[in-house]
Ligand binder design. Structure first.
Ligand code: MGD
Ligand code: MGD
Ligand code: SF4
Ligand code: MO
Length: 688
């Protein structure tokens, strides 16, 4: 493929998006001129989003970093000079060796996330390298950590309903997710279900694109979802809408839960959530009486102080009604566990000598850089843009500005983070690499093989970590493995029956191979909770110091309907900053066709909050709290309940102006999993 000048070649979308679409790359004269969907993919079926239709603009972007560079200006200024790879690798290895000698390997920290979801890129050679190095470990908790923990306490296994089954549902509740933007093929399946009579209910803190399509949109105050779930459980028990035989056979703790939810009357829950009591009652009855009923949880509701509990509480609902027994019924939070591979073979933990090396939570990177003792003295950042995406970004910037910190950034672009690097290394795009892709939603594994040669002097993550390993003098065989070796290792001895039958040969032949879903027949009999049942009462949570029954815990920073701010409160509004439609986190924030669609960051504000502040639609406003501030344009709208403002998108610095929502967000950790709490933030808004 790589050597053919013209033709249409299969590919995989590498982005951190549940759909993991099959793509077709159209080449003319050796260049990709068009990106379309691959109709052969059974789930994504040839449809792709507008972002990735514009992927060629990103691959051939004039600002792509094409050779290694060394910083010549101040940190953050963005001034660099070109250097050679030999020099770059020698300098990094030299600095790392000196640091290890003087301060030990834990003075070095990798920082990465899933800018490219390729397993070899972010869970392969990189992990081997940092294991062998003995670097500080990174807890990768910025995305789904809190919710995954909440789900696992209840259900054990990290998988739920299969996308294919959701078309059978008659009621679909999208809870804290904006699927029109973030999971478009689930929307396609929902639309099919609607044609067959299904109703779509969306529960969110603002009427997002998905809410605008709903048969019923239910707005609530941020961080109050647990209260709503408890109110629904109250009604389900009170009205006898629970499935008693299911509760008896498949759950533990239903008797305690039955007593516990008596206190969460619709009236009390209404006061907390802002949802009328009659609506809570009606929603619960609709949920109890409609079958199949499917709940699709998004990420929004778990980016809160109580985010783990929100998912925990909602995931109890299908157990009350026994919906797990009905095809198309049940719930989804993530499906990643179906595709679990042989991570030990990929990451080679045995290469690490010191298994007790410290772990640093990525959500606290600013704090870690500024306060840890012994300090982090070097960072290697790849597949992430922490200066924009991590919470409390002013603190993160102060950390990255430290003169004594040696920072390497491997990326395709000079991101806001890369501007702080001492050495920038050019990364290939995923279309230039071999890699393996799984989805955290559907059940197809896919392979990518290079369609175009590496642009400029760019190198893949696998190549970079091999070069660094050689320069460090690491002689372990693990660093000699090819991409093909690593794919075989990932697919062998997985201990995961769903992976049975997925092979490199099959992938090469078909490009996409479905997991073996036969074991799902025993889903309810093989739950990996301590009791082997759905844990409505969780003793593991009690042991972890968490309420063992679903319990509403108000946000540490924020207001519910019962605790509205008083007159003297400095920051009376809640600030929610979810991703936007045309970017993928901060990726595409420099692609003009897409920034043109998003125009500028907006702050959506309710007329009741805008009027007393003298704010009119289109005014420039300053959003601020003790952590920071930024300027945005106001959009006065009734899409939220009064008291909440919403700003979408993770924007790049432009014309020297930083328009970062994360200047305002806290770096506290959620109740579970060390998760991020982006949306548990209070602010004040002023007209400029
Ligand atoms: N177009 C596009 N697609 C993407 C991304 C992107 O940036 N752009 N990012 C990708 C990534 S990494 C992820 S993790 C997913 C995220 O995608 P989703 O799972 O859809 O989650 P979010 O977009 O973070 O938030 C969804 C909604 O949660 C709402 N929300 C906030 N707080 C609460 C609350 O307390 N309760 C409730 N009920 N709702 C609340 C927000 O208003 C928002 O509408 O999308 C992926 N896909
Ligand atoms: N306020 C607020 N903040 C948020 C969120 C939110 O909803 N609101 N969402 C959070 C969530 S859910 C997530 S997942 C994070 C995501 O945050 P990140 O994981 O940092 O995602 P991106 O901003 O897309 O940055 C990915 C970077 O990886 C680079 N990259 C791509 N492919 C490769 C490759 O092959 N090799 C190398 N070396 N680099 C590559 C890209 O060019 C890009 O600069 O953001 C979080 N931050
Ligand atoms: S970003 Fe998501 S929807 Fe768009 S092409 Fe990639 S996987 Fe598909
Ligand atoms: Mo994410």
């Amino acid at each position: 493929m790589i050597h053919e000048e013209n033709g249409i070649f299969p590919a995989v979308c590498p982005l951190d998006c549940p759909d993991t679409c099959g793509l077709l790359l159209h080449k003319e004269n050796g260049k990709i001129v068009k990106v379309t969907g691959n109709p052969a993919h059974p789930i994504t079926q040839g449809a792709i989003c507008n972002k990735v239709r514009n992927m060629a603009e990103r691959v051939y972007h004039p600002e792509r970093v094409l050779y290694p560079m060394r910083r010549v200006g101040a940190k953050g200024e963005g001034k660099f000079e070109r250097i050679g790879w030999d020099e770059a690798i020698a300098e990094i290895a030299g600095r790392f060796k000196a640091l290890i000698e003087e301060h030990g390997p834990e003075s070095i920290l990798p920082y990465n996330f899933y800018g490219n979801m390729g397993i070899l890129s972010v869970e392969g050679m990189d992990r081997r390298f940092f294991n062998r190095l003995g670097a500080s470990k990174l807890q990768r908790s910025i995305c789904t950590a809190a919710g995954n923990a909440g789900w696992k306490y209840t259900m054990g296994f990290g998988g739920g309903v299969s996308p294919e089954d959701t078309v059978k549902a008659k009621l679909i509740i999208v809870w804290g997710g904006n699927l029109v933007s973030t999971n478009m093929h689930q929307i396609a399946l929902i639309e099919k279900a609607r044609k067959q009579g299904a109703k779509l209910v969306v529960i969110d803190v603002h009427k997002n694109r998905t809410g605008q399509r709903a048969d019923w949109f239910i707005p609530l105050h941020p961080g109050t979802d647990t209260a709503l779930a408890l109110g629904m459980m109250h009604v389900l028990f009170a009205r006898g809408l629970v499935n008693e035989p299911f509760l008896a056979r498949y759950t533990v703790g239903h008797e305690q839960l039955r007593e516990h939810v008596k206190a969460y009357t619709p009236e009390r829950v209404s006061a907390i959530t802002g949802i009328p009591a009659g609506d809570i009652e009606a929603l619960a009855v609709m949920y109890g009486e409609t079958s199949p009923a499917y709940i699709h949880m998004g990420n929004g509701l778990q980016h809160h102080d109580n985010g783990g509990m929100n998912v925990r509480a909602i995931s109890c609902l299908p157990a009350l009604t026994g919906q797990w027994l009905v095809p198309g019924g049940g719930a989804y939070k993530m499906n990643s566990a179906y595709a679990d591979m042989n991570t030990d073979a990929l990451e080679r933990p045995e290469l690490r000598h010191d298994h007790d090396a410290r772990t640093i939570n990525m959500n606290r990177i600013g704090e870690a850089l500024l306060t840890l003792d012994p300090p982090i003295r070097a960072m290697f950042v790849y597949c992430s843009n922490p200066v924009v995406v991590a919470p409390d970004t002013n603190k993160v910037e102060r950390g990255f500005s430290r003169e004594d910190l040696f920072t390497v950034v491997h990326d395709l672009f000079l991101t806001d983070t890369a501007k702080f690097a001492d050495i920038v290394l050019p990364a290939t795009s995923s279309f230039e690499n071999t890699d393996l892709y799984a989805s955290y939603w559907h059940h197809y594994i896919q392979i990518q093989e290079p369609v175009i040669p590496a642009r400029g002097e760019s190198k893949s993550n696998v190549e970079v970590f091999k070069l660094l390993a050689a320069a460090m003098g690491f002689e372990d065989e693990a660093f000699l493995d090819t991409e093909e070796d690593m794919i075989r290792q990932a697919l062998q001895n997985t201990g995961n029956p769903y992976m049975e039958g997925v092979t490199l040969e099959g992938l090469r032949e078909q490009r996409m191979v479905k997991l073996n879903m036969a074991p799902k027949e025993q889903y309810l009999d093989q739950l990996q909770t301590p009791s082997g049942k759905i844990e409505l009462y969780s003793s593991a949570m009690a042991e972890a110091g968490l309420p063992p029954l679903p319990t509403y815990v108000p946000l540490a920073e924020g207001y519910d309907g019962e605790r509205r701010p008083g007159a003297d409160e400095a920051y009376p509004l809640m600030f929610v900053s979810p991703p936007n439609h045309s970017f993928l986190n901060s990726t595409f924030g420099n692609v003009e066709k897409l920034t043109a669609l998003e125009k500028n960051p907006l702050l959506q504000i309710h007329p009741q909050d805008a009027a007393p502040r003298g704010i009119e639609d289109g005014d420039m406003v300053v959003v601020q709290n003790d952590r920071g501030s930024y300027r945005v344009k106001a959009a006065v709208t009734e899409k939220m309940l009064p008291g909440t403002v919403v700003s979408q998108g993770l924007w790049w610095e432009q014309g020297g102006e930083r328009r970062r929502a994360n200047a305002l967000t806290p770096d506290r950790l959620a109740d579970m999993g060390g998760g991020a709490v982006f949306f548990s933030t209070v602010v004040e808004v002023k007209r400029q």
